[in-house]
Write a protein that binds this ligand. Sequence first.
Ligand code: SF4
Ligand code: SF4
Length: 456
Amino acid sequence: MSDAESPQTTESIEPNEQRASPDPDFEPVSVFDDDSTMDLRPGADNCYKCSVCDTTCPVAEVDDDFPGPKFQGPEQWRLKRKDEGEIDDSIMSCSNCMRCDDACPSSVPLSQMHNAARGEYVDEQMDKLSVEYVRNRVLANYRTSAWFASKVPRLANFAMNFGPARWLMEKAMGVTSEREFPAFAAQTFREWWRERGGADASRENARAARERRGEAVDAEKKVAYFHGCYSNYNTPEVAKALVRVFESFGYEIVAPEQRCSGTPMFANGMLADAERAAEVNVSSFADLVERGYDAVASCTSCSMALKQEYPELFDIDGIDEVAENTFEALEYLRIQEDLEGQIAEASVEEQAFAYHAPCHARNQGVDRQAIELFRDLDGVVVEDVGDSCSGISGTYGWKEEKYETSMKIGGDMFEHMHDAAGDVGMTECPTCAMQMEHGTGYEIKHPLQLLEEALC
Ligand code: SF4
Ligand code: SF4
């Protein structure tokens, strides 16, 4: 067993081998106590009850029982300040899509409030022996299951989609049997990366590219790649595309030690698990940022976690520096390089894509990049399928009791995908990709894969 792939142990990763020790005394931040380390009262007081957030909430739109973000955030917080009861269990129906955050004209930190309230609900009110808690814990810690599955990918792919096993998982665990489990790759990204020569090979490739591009061979173009769990275990082709595209622009890449970004843990109120993961990630990336690297993620939920959720929820040395120097992959290239110019000179085989912008991309202001970028690529049509939520929101749509809601939310997107030209989808988020594929049967690609086809 290689440490590099173990969900529990350290990996020997270039260039830093530092490891953070999870704090055994960690307690999720208590938002509602008077002595809270995170006082959200000013944020709640900023709410002037316009209800704009409620009108943008995809769950409230299809679920009449869900009271909406205004209640989940400022209203519930105010009630708690007056000591009027516990956290409402409807907080577990918020999918953490974060659209309300983006919509609020008064900058109320809604998702921070929701995350903190969900953490408190799970910590203090949820029965730890309940099927729901165990199911959510398993879903939130996808990396652990994926690590085991990646050791026997063929067997795992068969077993995870074997009818009787799926029936049992739904009945015993509440994991919907309506969806097909995504396949595990025969070789993980990290296995491929090591076999290819790791950071040393990347440095050589980057230097050769700089020479070709007429740049200084020793130019400081250094990127620390946050590939996340899904690109590592399920879609290594996305991670490989990032490596090849960035190297072709002269960036040398390192793939430091990393855990799950914490996105599924936030969504399930598992803040202690999320902080343990964040400790490792911040420790790894802060050291590199200090040495001149920028952090780049290919998944928009991962970049969202590092940029926004970590500094909102945790107090870890180096967390602000990591947040300030984290970028989504296309965002980074568009800032640093003349990507549009390069694309205008390239061409690929004729193809049409139905593009869905993930909610977490909208939240970072990077939602229309693929549309703008590929507009000038010869041979390609990329059509935006609108601003609706895909509805899966990570683990949300995998829960048996949330499946119907998830599919209702995704209805608009499926319809617009069918109306768009072509039968291939495109998105930056792996779970939106699952939902797109599930709702339409289309193959789904990441923009980096098209960029690789065009430029490499
Ligand atoms: S959008 Fe902002 S200000 Fe308006 S109700 Fe929601 S939280 Fe309050
Ligand atoms: S995060 Fe999404 S689901 Fe949750 S309250 Fe906000 S808009 Fe609704």
